[in-house]
Design a protein around this ligand. Structure first.
Ligand SMILES: [Zn+2]
Length: 444
């Protein structure tokens, strides 16, 4: 534990799951010196700190490409610091915060500020996403070129669907020249007038529901515009059967279309509303869907039709989530359950090979954000997570580093948990404890 970077670290007997090289290999050793992977016989590895990794998986560069950190503007919900701590705690080595802060991250200055804030914290990599339109109001394109120059990895008005088809066309056309992906939150707001999924559960509880079509009509529109423009469309938090048809259509035509699903849509259904009654802890957008839709999402992921699993980490203060169902804000605090929920939904039932699953948390987001990583080879940055895939643990939001404790997984047993997170050769989390780079831990 005293080591933090300069002395080498030798991880012994781990199962290396490296989707960047298509490798899944048991009983491996890996040596890290000076922030980099080095050959085992590297002279600098002498005297390294030995770590027994038997029974653990070692996975490089887990990136959660859809998080909300609320800074600037709503730091009572989350800050970049607490968000990065939550990421490290969850076994995530990089995050892409959405720009729907106050103010909206729609200028090169704000992109640069956010990237610098992330770098100063020295916890996990922060990859800013810039707004597509000014203030995400859907009226005029923001300055995509200069935001991209300052480090914006993609563009999104997430939280707000980009309603204007003409502007979506322009955004896809323009971003393709950078090149960068346009990430859309697909939702027809004139159809999406409910608080939860339209169906028997909504009826039983007397809550207004939103039909799946509210999402799917816009996903289809977006796919058609991706086809028209040749641009790169990434569809955020896909949650309907018909959206999956659109994604499959786009892939069959080899369009530049990628898609993401959240762990909560893979693990939960609107039955959670029966369990939690009118507690808005289950209120999320897009809403938790029916059992049949959940099964279709799980199948799409296990069939390889989905590129990314991302948490849509949306922390809120307990007071806000104590409002009634209609008034409470949408969102689930998801960074610290990302791995556990995903493993519980897909690995525990034996639906996917670990290597295929980890691709969605590593290679997938790298592709969309246009990040490059060579895999665990000598010279590569030591950004890695040690995971105990067998560990059963009960979700206790009181243990979260995130300021948002809002999760319908509270009290639930998940299988699989990160036990250590390393970024650039430095431990940022070990045994559940986040190790700050000399920054005050204000939260815990
Ligand atoms: Zn969204």
């Amino acid at each position: 534990m005293t080591d933090n970077g300069m002395t080498g670290v030798c991880l012994r007997g781990v199962r290396v799951i490296d989707p960047f090289r298509d490798v899944d290999s048991r009983d491996e050793d890996l040596t890290v010196v000076g922030g980099l992977i080095v050959p085992r016989d590297d002279p600098r590895a002498r005297g390294c700190v030995e770590i027994d990794g038997r029974g653990l998986w070692l996975v490089p560069r887990i990136v959660d490409m859809h998080v909300h950190f609320r800074e600037p503007g709503q730091t009572w919900k989350e800050t970049i610091e607490t968000g990065c701590q939550a990421a490290a705690h969850g076994g995530v080595t990089g995050v892409a915060p959405m720009p729907n802060t106050l103010p909206v991250v729609d200028t090169p200055e704000l992109v640069e500020w956010e990237a610098q804030r992330g770098a100063d914290l020295g916890l996990v990599h922060v990859y800013p996403i810039g707004a597509i339109t000014r203030q995400s109001q859907g009226e005029a394109l923001a300055d995509l070129y200069f935001m991209h120059q300052k480090g914006a990895r993609a563009f999104s008005d997430d939280g707000h669907p980009l309603t204007s088809s003409a502007l979506m066309r322009a955004a896809l056309t323009y971003a393709a020249t950078l090149p960068a992906a346009i990430i859309n939150h697909a939702e027809d707001r004139q159809l999406a007038t409910g608080w939860c999924n339209e169906g028997p559960v909504a009826e039983q509880l007397g809550l207004a529901g939103t039909p799946e079509a509210a999402e799917a009509v816009m996903v289809w529109r977006d796919v058609m515009l991706a086809e028209l423009t040749g641009g790169w469309l990434h569809e955020a938090h896909v949650s309907t059967v018909e959206s999956l048809h659109a994604i499959r259509y786009a892939k069959a035509k080899q369009l530049g279309v990628t898609a993401e699903v959240t762990p909560h849509h893979l693990l939960l259904t609107d039955d959670a509303l029966r369990e939690w009654r009118y507690d808005p802890v289950t209120k999320v957008n897009p809403p938790l869907r029916s059992k049949a839709t959940r099964e279709a999402l799980v199948k799409a992921v296990s069939d390889g039709d989905i590129d990314v699993i991302a948490s849509d980490h949306a922390p809120h203060h307990a007071d806000e989530k104590s409002l009634n169902y209609q008034e409470a804000p949408y969102g689930i605090s998801g960074l610290e359950t990302l791995l556990g929920a995903t493993f519980t939904a897909l690995l525990e039932p034996g639906l996917m090979r670990p290597l295929d699953l980890m691709r969605l948390l590593t290679v997938g987001p790298h592709r969309v954000l246009r990040l490059s990583y060579p895999g665990l080879i000598p010279g590569a940055a030591a950004d890695l997570t040690l995971i105990d895939p067998q560990r059963r643990w009960v979700v206790d939001p009181g243990q979260f580093y995130s300021r948002g404790r809002n999760t319908p997984l509270a009290g639930r047993t998940l299988v699989g948990q990160a036990v250590a997170t390393m970024v650039q050769g430095r431990w940022v989390m070990r045994d559940g404890e986040v190790l700050n780079a000399g920054v005050s831990n204000l939260h815990r």
